[in-house]
Design a protein around this ligand. Structure first.
Ligand SMILES: [Zn+2]
Length: 99
């Protein structure tokens, strides 16, 4: 398993919740097949409060959803953090990065 360096996606991209889901956390849970109860930032075990929109540092290939706690999501605005690659759920693909 590998970890990736991430930061919060700060763009103002308007994303429409896929049909059939009532929240981005529910969407993430459906994609990953597990409950989003614990912050997915590496080394953190606080309670999830929101679905963070993150991008990979150094290799921006799209926007991903990652469940985060309130502390990580606010810290991550200015800091790079790590998470398991497998826990990222792809949200949008950057058209220019598509191969
Ligand atoms: Zn956290």
């Amino acid at each position: 398993m590998t970890t990736v360096s991430l930061k919060i996606e700060s763009g103002a991209t308007q994303l429409t919740l896929p049909e059939g889901f009532r929240s981005w956390l529910a969407f993430w849970e459906a994609q990953r097949g597990k409950r989003a109860t614990q912050c997915e930032a590496f080394g953190c075990d606080r309670e999830v409060t929101e679905a963070g929109r993150v991008i990979k540092v150094g290799k921006v290939d799209g926007v991903y959803i990652l469940p985060l706690c309130d502390r990580c999501s606010s810290l991550a605005n200015t800091r790079i953090f790590k998470a398991w690659d497998k826990d990222l759920v792809m949200l949008t693909q950057e058209p220019e990065a598509a191969t």
